[in-house]
Design a protein. Sequence first.
Length: 646
Amino acid sequence: MGKNLTHKILESHLVEGKLVPGEEIGIRIDQTLLQDATGTMAMLEFEALGLDRVKTQCSVQYVDHNILQSDNKNADDHRYLQTASMHFGIHFSPPGNGICHQVHFERFGEPGKTLLGADSHTPSGAGVSMFAMGAGGLDVALAMAGRPYYFPCPRVLGVKLTGKLPEWVSAKDIILEMLRRYDVKGCIGKVVEYYGPGVSTLTATDRLTIGNMGTELGATSTVFPSDENTRRFLEAQGRGDCWVELAPDPDATYDEYDEIDLSSLEPLIACPSSPGNVKPVREVAGTKVDQVIIGSCVNSSFRDLMAVAKVLEGRHIHRDVFFHVNPGSRQVLENVAFQGGLMPLLMAGARLHESGCLGCIGMGQAPGTNQVSLRTFPRNFPGRSGTKEDRIYLCSPETAVAAAIKGEITDPRDLGEQIEYPTIPEPEKYIVDTSSIIFASPSCGDTEIIRGPNIKPLPAMDPLPDTLEAVVLLKVGDNISTDAIIPAGAEILPLRSNIDALSQYAYCRIDDDFSSKCREVNAAVVVGGENYGQGSSREHAALAPRHLGVRAKIVRSFARIHKANLCNFGIVPLVFKNPEDYNHITEGAPVRLEGIRERIARGDTEIPVHVGDREILTLLDVSDRQREYLLAGGALNYVRENLTAS
Ligand code: MIC
Ligand code: SF4
């Protein structure tokens, strides 16, 4: 039986376990990526492991999220990350150089390698055929220390691509079509591997777009073959020497199958407020638009900006539209400028910003009250833009620019009557300017690490008690994202390296008093619905509640990264055995987990929970390693104890 590409890459990196879906496997990690919002904590965790240097082939620290400098905090963090990177042998990409996923794609990604990133959109590495995954900062810190990454072996969904995209339909519409089919939880526990004749019609940038938003499907990763298009891209980046050809066997099999005929696709759009709420653009055409943003780690590439610039040549945007452009990287901006794309953007009325996450993580660019905003971003969770009850739509650059011109949602194919479809060939050679990156070198090891007042040590965490007595302080519904657990935005994001200050904001968008209620009880429990903890990889969504005293969560189902983060920080992740029991729990109910320590230690998978005077059954589906973490009160306690012991 032929092998698919996912299994080939996993097999070549497997250090523990067997490739049986659902069983925990450990794989060797070749490369790691940190960004600043998750990176300060991950760097502190790496420091706590007491090593001199990272043990990976390549580790990179980016600064792209927290680049608004309204006081000392972010700039202090940047200097900490720079000096710590130099000290530990990590390449450092400073603020302004670009968004981690775009820069990693341009400068560091290599076909067939594994990449673990403290950011959920790390599967963007699919653009250059990496096996790339998002994880919590602690898991990435452990990978930087040379330890394997452990996760449940995924099922592989093979998606056969045939045909060729029509004009005005682009890679974003392929992933939106996947989201239309699978919604935000249809690919949990799966790797999506694309194969078939349609693959060769997609450039490396197109594949990045699809891999990036595979995260929104709940997928563990996305995999593409490495072919001539991969080689062409790497050569244009001056990195052709790392190219290898990678493909599934001709008779490869998959756990599940699907097929997309690219020629049959039409422009699609994700409506407020979920990436899975996808409709054909023509169904919402005519909706008045107030803001359009081209940018984020998806659709901010050279191709995307040039396509928009070409459409805008000799035109001006609608007078009621605020039109922003956030380039994905400095390299993108330099190449767009060189190829004449900048003037049409500026003359059309674009507000050109520095390269970074910006409005995607609520760092500026928030829309006004009741205003409709069309963005090429990957996410539109409620309130993430910074505006309450926001109306954010996600679409391709083609659909975005059509709306910018017309002032209303417009099927971009309608532009075709007056405007020729812009075909943007991959440049033969990109302008490659790496002068801003500080590359790791052995001499950097002496660099003194500079810590500003915003860098607070990690709070101590106590081990799990024998019996847990707690109170249900919050009950939430389905698809709660980590943005809802610990929001980002200009006010909160700068506190990521100060857990005590950050934790005051835990669940503040759902219950303003959550943190003060926590102070009144010994320990707290949170109850949730399906796909609890979807979205961002931020371990702060586990760390902050844990600091406040949340010791267990009982939900209908968990998202992968959040569940791993809960174990890493000693919060017991329980799932209702009978989903109906969700209906019988109310906020304020006392909860007792009798003998929880002993039950976890002896490997019980069924955990009885006393809620008020009822007993309900819950399931604990975690690995032996994660049981140790839970008992120790968190992975860091466990690893530290073990490092000391050995
Ligand atoms: C996001 O898109 O939600 C983020 C901000 O990039 C996060 C990381 C974070 O919260 O720092 C992610 O995707 O993991
Ligand atoms: Fe940054 Fe947005 Fe991408 Fe997250 S999704 S890495 S916030 S651009």
